[in-house]
Every structure is written in structure tokens, then in C-alpha cells.
Ligand binder design. Structure first.
Ligand code: NAD
Length: 496
């Protein structure tokens, strides 16, 4: 049985832990490897290695740190398909989707290679006679990153390349459900020239995370995952005096105006709701039809029924399985609850089968109409290929509904009216808004700006905000006296 290694001080090492979890292929339940829950000593060693490396890495010139990222993004591109295949096997994602996961991560590494211009401070000369004030952007020290199962390449790559390019060192704790992709990401990072100790990896769950959150040598914590865990991580890390940013769960609504282009809207809705089996924090899980557009639900059903799950290398499959048996049961349970609570189930994906893969965690595309806000399928993040349809009379009613939802990661509006779109972008309390774009994930020169219950912290993931998150500003006020100037003739400063 393959045992997933830890990565400490530049070496892949086997954990001495007796506590292991199986890594399971969700398409057939085959055990791919076992992942050890790192011991407390091993977590300490990883942090100590990062702490020691920080003392030299922080002094490496910023352009040299950026060059590591330049080489890294090139290597990741060279190994793009290989990484996609590892990731597809680990998660069950379709090959196209898996490659997309890798690609979105590469784009962040490209930005990390641009770090020098984002680390420029401010200067004012002569704030008082002979005195200048200027600021430097300096790294924090050891940063810990805790990542979810659903993007095993992209989300670690949201974190460590930028943190490390800023001069920090890093301890990654990837999802214990999908620990295989980060191994290859790390091998390529070493090949790109990253010195030992700059990046470390430990495996585990709540216990190992707790140790990182309270470790005296960890300065900051980046987390991506569910709202329940994120709230806990934010409270625990900040109570221990750490800087924390937590990107959390979602319930993303798409508003469909009656004047929207019917064909492109319905296509977008199908892809954004069932794509990746709905296991995206930016998936659309609620369609809010305004007025007559609700009549499109029948056609939506027709189109959605054509989507089907399948294994990663089945080119005709729209999406893969649900990540685990437990998550699968949870999704099936929520569908059942939707039916019990009176939503109209137009497509029921509970009994779908995939030929030759009877044990996969499959859920077919599932469509509910007449959903109300008191139903569990509305209130919970399902994280499955399930779309809830609602009807409202006006755009303002849609805005009110969405603004009352606890979370605010992403949303979109489909309309032919610039005025409606502008009103929506102005009034909606959601951090990432698509206009005729279903999944508006910002490219990495912006930041990933979820709001309200989808985020805790002050500075968001990637982009300039992440550079600020991973650095501290040092402001220097300096007085220098030039002897010649002070002894020579002084200019006449009096105002006549
Ligand atoms: P999760 O919260 O279960 O796990 C995330 C990480 O936290 C994992 O590394 C896990 O080991 C760790 N963890 C789990 N329980 C813990 C505990 N009690 N204490 C400390 N650490 C713990 O999330 P998941 O199921 O892996 O991922 C899916 C969730 O992530 C969804 O809610 C999704 O919306 C969210 N997500 C959010 C974003 C975003 O940017 N907002 C992006 C991707 C995923």
C-alpha cells in the first residue's frame, strides 16, 4: 500500500504515525493510498524547518524569488496534463475539469512571478527638514495553509507561491481526502529551485490543524473550506494572535431576467450547476427566475437531463462522482428532504448508474422547482449537482432574497438590460458578480473576494490583497544631515 509522504526540510519522509486514512477513488472505491495523520513532533519539525528557512529566504533578493516562480509556472505548464491526470484520479473529476483546476493554479503562479512590483512601499521626501519617510513591505515568517478537497491543485497554488514569493516560508496541510496532487506540485517546486525548508507539507485533520493554528512560530493562516470549519479556524487562529483569512462555503444565486438570451442563459445554468458535480464554491445552486422567465424551467429540465456523470477519462461525461461515500449520502439525504418538504422534483438524480462503475458515488443532475427559503435544500450548501429554482416578480425582490442569504461568495445576472445589470451590481451584497457570466471567478491580478458568511478576515485570497495579507509594512523615518549643506550658505526660506 502506497503511503503518502510528508515533506519536511526539503525531503519526502514517511510519517511514523499509526493513525492513517485511506485515499479512495470515488468512482470505484479503490484504495489508492493511505494518508498518515502527522504526529505532533512531525508538525513541529515542519514548522521548525520553515522557521529556519525563513532566516535565509527572506534575504534572497525579491527578483531571485520571482525567478523561482517564473521557472515554476513554466514547469507546471510543461507537466499540465500529467498533473491533470493525477488530480483526476484523486478526485474523480473529468480530465477537462482536472486540467482546468491545474490551469487556474498556474495563473496564480504567473502572478507570483510579478511580485516585485506589488512589494513596493511608499516614500515621501523631506517630511520635515532633512527627514524622509519611506515604507518597506516585508514578509511575516511562517505561514500555514489549510486546503479543501475540491481543488487540490488550484487552492494550494492560491497560497504558497505568493506567500513564498513575498519572502515567507510555508507549511501546507492539504485535504486528507485528496493528498496525491500536492506531492507532484512540490516535486516541481523543488525542480524550479526552491531551497529546502521554504515549503513543507504535513497531513492530518482537526488535530494537526489545531497545532498549526496555535503554534507560536506560525504567523498567519490561510484557510479554504466549509463555513463550519472556517469559522472555527478564524476564531482559534486570531485568538492565538495570528493573522487569518478564511474563504468558506457558498450558496450562489443566478438571476434570470425575462429579457435574457434564453439559449445562452440555459446553457450557462446547466454547466454552472452540475459541472464538477456541483462541488465548486462558485457553482450556481439557486436559479432565481424573474417574472415570465420561470416558464423556461421545462426547457432547463430538458437540457439538464442530457448531462450525465462518468469516470475521469470518459470524454462524454459532464462531471465525475461525489468525493466520498459520506458526502454522497449527505447529498442523497438532502434531495430526499427536498421532496419531503414539498419542492417539485423535476429531475431526480438519486438512482443514476454509470456502466461498469456500480460502486461510484454518482448523483445524476437534479432539478427542483418551487423551492422556498425555509427548505433544507435552500438553506444548506448541498455541494452536489442539484439546482433549486425559485420565482420572484421583480429584480428588487430577487436582490432582497439574495441579500438575506447568510453567505455571499458569488452571484450572476443574465439580462439584455444594462440598466438592470448596473442596478444589480450596485445593490447586491455578494463579493463576486457575473453579468451574463455564470461563474465569475476573478483572474489572479484581482483577488477572490467572497463576502459575508463566505469569508472571514480582512484581506482576500491572491492578487494584491494576498500580498498585503502575507506581508507587513515597515515605515522608516530617517534624518540625515549633509555637512556641507549645514555649514554652507542656507537658502533664504523667509516668505516676503
Ligand atoms: P472542510 O472544511 O471539510 O475541510 C477543509 C480543510 O479543513 C481540510 O484540510 C480539512 O482537513 C480541514 N478540517 C476539517 N475539519 C476540521 C476541523 N474540525 N478543524 C480543523 N480543520 C478541519 O471542506 P471540504 O469539504 O474539504 O471542502 C468543501 C468546502 O470548501 C465547501 O464548503 C466549499 O464551498 C468550500 N470552498 C470554498 C472556497 C472559497 O474560496 N470560498 C473554495 C473552495 C471550496
Amino acid at each position: 500500500m502506497k503511503r503518502v509522504p510528508l515533506f519536511i526540510n526539503g525531503e519526502f519522509v514517511q510519517s511514523s504515525s499509526q493513525q492513517v486514512m485511506p485515499v479512495i477513488n470515488p468512482a470505484n472505491q479503490q484504495v489508492l493510498a493511505e494518508v498518515p495523520m502527522a504526529t505532533a513532533t512531525e508538525v513541529d519539525l515542519a514548522v521548525a524547518s520553515a522557521k529556519a528557512a525563513f532566516e535565509t529566504w527572506r534575504l534572497v533578493p525579491v527578483a531571485e524569488r520571482a525567478r523561482v516562480m517564473m521557472r515554476y509556472q513554466a514547469l507546471l505548464k510543461e507537466h499540465h496534463d500529467e498533473l491533470g491526470e493525477i488530480l483526476a484520479n484523486d478526485t474523480g473529476k473529468t480530465f477537462e475539469d482536472a486540467k482546468g483546476d491545474v490551469w487556474r493554479g498556474i495563473e496564480v503562479v504567473e502572478q507570483a512571478a510579478n511580485v516585485p512590483s506589488n512589494m513596493m512601499g511608499e516614500t515621501v521626501a523631506n517630511v520635515a527638514g532633512g527627514i524622509d519617510t519611506y515604507s518597506y513591505i516585508q514578509p511575516l515568517g511562517v505561514v500555514a495553509g489549510i486546503t479543501p478537497f475540491n481543488f487540490p491543485a488550484m487552492i494550494p497554488l492560491w497560497m504558497y507561491p505568493l506567500a513564498i514569493a513575498c519572502g515567507n516560508t510555508f507549511v501546507l496541510k492539504p485535504s486528507e481526502q485528496v493528498p496525491l496532487t500536492p506531492i507532484r506540485l512540490i516535486e516541481l517546486f523543488i525542480e524550479a529551485g526552491a531551497p529546502k525548508g521554504v515549503l513543507n507539507m504535513v497531513h492530518g485533520g482537526a488535530e494537526q490543524v489545531d497545532q498549526l493554528l496555535t503554534h507560536p512560530d506560525v504567523e498567519a493562516v490561510s484557510f479554504v473550506g466549509s463555513t463550519r470549519v472556517g469559522e472555527y479556524i478564524y476564531k482559534t487562529a486570531t485568538a492565538a494572535g495570528k493573522r487569518a483569512q478564511c474563504m468558506m462555503g457558498a450558496k450562489n444565486h443566478m438571476v434570470i431576467m425575462p429579457d435574457a438570451d434564453r439559449n445562452s442563459t440555459l446553457n450557462a445554468l446547466v454547466g454552472a450547476s452540475v459541472g464538477a458535480a456541483g462541488q465548486r464554491c462558485m457553482a450556481i445552486s439557486v436559479a432565481v427566475f424573474v417574472g415570465d422567465s420561470y416558464e423556461w424551467v421545462e426547457e432547463l429540465k430538458e437540457r439538464m437531463s442530457k448531462a450525465r456523470p462518468g469516470v475521469w477519462n470518459d470524454a462524454g461525461a459532464s462531471y465525475g462522482p461525489i468525493i466520498s461515500k459520506a458526502a454522497h449520502q449527505r447529498v442523497l439525504g438532502l434531495i430526499e428532504k427536498g421532496v419531503e418538504q414539498g419542492a417539485r422534483c423535476l429531475l431526480d438524480g438519486r438512482n443514476v448508474q454509470v456502466e461498469d462503475y456500480p460502486d461510484g458515488n454518482w448523483v445524476g443532475p437534479t432539478l427542483f422547482a418551487d423551492v422556498t427559503t425555509d427548505m433544507a435544500i435552500y438553506q444548506e450548501e448541498i455541494f452536489g449537482p442539484v439546482l433549486c429554482c425559485m420565482r420572484v416578480d421583480t429584480l428588487d425582490e430577487a436582490i432582497g432574497l439574495i441579500n438575506r442569504c447568510q453567505v455571499g461568495n458569488g452571484t450572476s445576472i443574465f439580462t439584455a438590460s444594462g440598466g438592470a445589470a448596473r442596478h444589480y451590481q450596485s445593490e447586491i451584497k455578494v463579493g463576486q458578480v457575473g453579468i451574463n457570466i455564470p461563474i465569475p471567478v476573478p483572474l489572479p491580478f484581482f483577488s477572490f473576494t467572497g463576502w459575508r458568511g463566505s469569508f472571514r478576515g480582512d484581506l482576500h485570497a491572491y492578487g494584491k490583497q494576498a500580498v498585503r495579507f502575507y506581508t507587513e509594512t515597515k515605515t522608516i523615518t530617517a534624518k540625515w544631515t549633509h555637512t556641507e549643506a549645514t555649514t554652507g550658505t542656507q537658502p533664504n526660506m523667509s516668505i516676503n
